[in-house]
Design a protein around this ligand. Structure first.
Ligand SMILES: C[S@@+](CC[C@H](N)C(=O)[O-])C[C@H]1O[C@@H](n2cnc3c(N)ncnc32)[C@H](O)[C@@H]1O
Length: 276
């Protein structure tokens, strides 16, 4: 017989701190104190679902889960996957105006990393953009690496299937050109776009950056640094710097910034940096 679990207690400050520490140490996400009620509402649900007695038992279940699945559930619960095609229009306009400066016309080789790509709209936008704006697109050797910490969101990204609402604002000619109709008023990115994108899991805080053998022409790292503290952000910027070269660019989210005292980068347009 199932145990009937009723847990209505609030997550105490000390219990919250315990989860805060676990999340920071194992995922790198710095949870602000005001997130206590959000965390509480998510965790309470799990305590019922897993038929546990209290937050301490849940903590132990997560901390002792060697598969990492529980930790992943936690990441999905406390971060947002919100994204959209061609997000942050000014950055695409910048890219269009600076294509020939950023990319090597002679070698015709492009490597771009969409770090924290969520459900895939960002990397697919990049390829669609290049198809639309790069002269002689078919002559170029192009690869987009798209990574995220969440395996679950990467499954959606890999499927390339989006409902109508997720495609709002997409010009009709682009939709027709690069998507096939799928069932129930949804659409699937065509293989001719998908083939350029490789999806992988990667934790930007705890991941091993030495696995990247090539320099990237652009790193998109947008709307994820909000979860990291300044120190973690600075470490991440230094890791990116090792993977960029003189002409490369780093694109970040509009609500994010690189610390003013950072001498590695210089701002070249809103939320766009290059190496100093
Ligand atoms: C708001 S989405 C940003 C998507 C896209 N870059 C954009 O700007 O539209 C944030 C993503 O960051 C991912 N994320 C959170 N912490 C991460 C970490 N430590 N390493 C890698 N990805 C992380 C989440 O899973 C989520 O998909």
């Amino acid at each position: 017989m199932h145990k009937v679990v009723s847990i209505e207690e609030n997550l105490s400050i000390s219990e919250f701190k315990m989860f805060q520490k676990l999340i920071y140490n194992d995922i790198g996400i710095s949870l602000a104190d005001h997130k206590r009620t959000l965390v509480q509402s998510r965790l309470r649900k799990w305590i019922r679902e897993f038929e546990l007695a209290n937050y301490q038992e849940l903590y132990e279940k997560i901390a002792n889960d060697n598969s990492g699945q529980m930790l992943m559930m936690l990441v999905n619960a406390i971060t947002t996957n919100v994204t959209s095609f061609f997000r942050e229009e000014s950055q695409w306009i910048y890219l269009q105006n600076n294509l020939t400066e950023i990319f090597d016309i002679k070698n015709k080789r492009i490597r771009i990393w969409s770090a924290a790509c969520s459900s895939g709209q960002e990397p697919y936008s990049i390829i669609i953009f290049l198809k639309e704006h790069l002269k002689n697109f078919d002559e170029w050797d192009i690869k987009i690496l798209a990574t995220d910490i969440s395996e679950e969101i990467l499954l959606k990204a890999t499927s390339g299937i989006y409902v109508k609402k997720e495609l709002e604002g997409m010009p009709k000619n682009i939709l027709i050109k690069y998507f096939n109709g799928y069932k129930d008023e949804s659409f699937m990115v065509k293989d001719e776009i998908k083939q350029y994108v490789v999806f992988r899991t990667f934790n930007l805080v705890t991941g091993d950056f030495s696995i990247f053998k090539n320099n990237f022409n652009i790193v998109f790292c947008r709307n994820v640094m909000i979860y990291f503290d300044r120190q973690t952000q600075n470490q991440l910027f230094e890791q990116f710097a090792k993977l960029l070269e003189k002409k490369s660019r780093l694109f970040i989210g509009h609500s994010e910034s690189i610390h003013q005292k950072n001498y590695t980068y210089k701002l070249v347009a809103p939320s766009i940096y290059k190496l100093n």
